[in-house]
Design a binder for this molecule. Structure first.
Ligand code: FAD
Length: 382
């Protein structure tokens, strides 16, 4: 076993009750409730994070990116996100909030510890899981025995690009929104932006100021009314999950209401008439894209704003049964491995759990179950 980092006085050979993988908003919310359930930092719980610095995926977002809800509707449990200079703060505001959140609750986060695998320590299905990390610059490889593992690794590490005929033949550049840092590399080019969500709309708004843009979407984009922001997405996702859980008719998700939040830059793009979407193309050619009717568009760049998938390669050794694109779960608990919980990946791990405001409730439920399974008293009222 490699050495284990941690404060002096903690027995490195003693199994932990919980190892949380990922210290973005999801991992921090889980760690917060674990503390409230009496799990001692470092002695009972650690949070291992691949990033060298706090802030989860938010530290990688482009500088002009803005939250789609005000701070009071973008908060983790316990402590409200401080107000910012603007109603819809930038990603750096969230990074700062998450860094302070870690400190405020003295959460046992170890940065620079990318987990490579979670395996079963032996054949005893009520025994321990083994969490292994890769060595990094200042950190030796390490491994940790745990009674329970919470995976909270988000989706940022797995950008998704759909396969289209001819995709390899394209002679221009293909980028994903995960690569986006600003409009400069697009200036003066012919840019095809693919995707019908908020990211596509916001990047289109920005890039169209410096480049010739074509927007293509699978379905005609739906825009929320100007006076509605991300708060409503949370309410609708919650109502839908409740209805489905109660066996009622599907009331429709946020897509029934509109997908795109009309933040200022997107409203401006609408006024400039660049928010006009074309149908999805059928194939990619060396010089651009081609639709089914034979019409075409030349392009220098294709920018895929086509989302992400759960970032879960570390769970591969567990051989979990899948439900579509993700492991099968009941709530957050993996059906094939009850010692494993998955938090924050999307509606399949809890309504709106992939949002700042939504993950708290899911984290609380997960910790309640973990405390019960480990025969702990549960979350204490503050
Ligand atoms: P992440 O923030 O991705 O954190 C996961 C952490 O796990 C990272 O620190 C990573 O280093 C670590 N990790 C990954 N793999 C490993 C491993 N193998 N070992 C150890 N550590 C690992 N939500 C809102 O509420 N409001 C918004 O306005 C909003 N806007 C968004 C705009 C964009 C462009 C995007 C992409 C998302 C937006 N979201 C928004 C959605 C959501 O809040 C984020 O996706 C959020 O980052 C998810 O948090 P997380 O903690 O689950 O994952």
């Amino acid at each position: 076993m490699g050495s284990r980092p941690g404060p002096p006085g903690v027995d490195p050979e003693r199994p932990l009750d919980v190892v949380v993988i990922g210290a973005g908003q999801s991992g921090l919310a889980v760690a917060y409730y674990l503390r409230r359930a009496g799990f001692a930092p470092h002695r009972d719980v650690v949070v291992l994070d691949a990033n060298e610095r706090p802030g989860g995926a938010w530290q990688h977002l482009w500088p002009s990116m803005r939250l789609f809800s005000p701070p009071s509707f973008s908060s983790l449990p316990g402590w409200m996100m401080p107000a910012a200079d603007t109603d819809y703060p930038p990603a750096t505001h969230v990074v700062d909030y998450l860094a302070r959140y870690e400190q405020r609750y003295d959460l046992p986060v170890l940065h620079g510890h990318p987990v490579t695998s979670v395996t079963r320590a032996d054949d005893d299905l009520s025994g321990l899981l083994l969490v292994s990390t890769a060595g990094a610059a200042d950190h030796p490889a390490s491994s940790w025995h745990a009674r329970t593992v919470v995976s909270a690794t988000g989706t940022w590490g797995r950008p998704f690009v759909p396969r289209y005929p001819g995709i390899e033949s394209f002679a221009g550049r293909q980028w994903h929104s995960a690569d986006y840092r600003g409009p400069e590399p697009y200036a003066g080019r012919r840019v095809v932006i693919v995707g019908g969500g908020n990211t596509a709309a916001q990047l289109l708004a920005e890039i169209s100021l410096v480049a010739e843009t074509t927007w293509v979407t699978l379905r005609p984009p739906k825009f929320l009314p100007d006076d509605v922001d991300g708060r409503v997405l949370f309410d609708v996702a919650t109502a839908r999950r409740r209805a489905l859980d109660a066996g009622e008719r599907d009331p429709g998700g946020v897509a029934g209401l509109g997908d795109v939040v009309m933040v200022e830059s997107v409203r401006d793009a609408r006024d400039r008439r660049v928010l006009e979407a074309e149908a999805m193309f059928e194939r990619i050619t060396p010089t651009g894209i081609e639709w089914g009717d034979g019409s075409s568009q030349e392009a220098d760049v294709i920018l895929w704003c086509t989302g992400f998938r759960p970032d879960l390669p570390h769970l591969a050794p567990l051989g979990l049964r899948r439900d579509g694109t993700h492991p099968a779960t009941t709530g957050t608990q993996a059906i094939d491995e009850p010692r494993l919980h998955l938090v924050g990946y999307g509606d399949w791990t809890g309504p709106a759990s992939a949002t700042l405001i939504g993950v708290g409730r899911t984290a609380r439920e997960a910790v309640r179950e973990i405390a019960t399974d480990l025969a702990r008293p549960g979350i204490t009222p503050r």
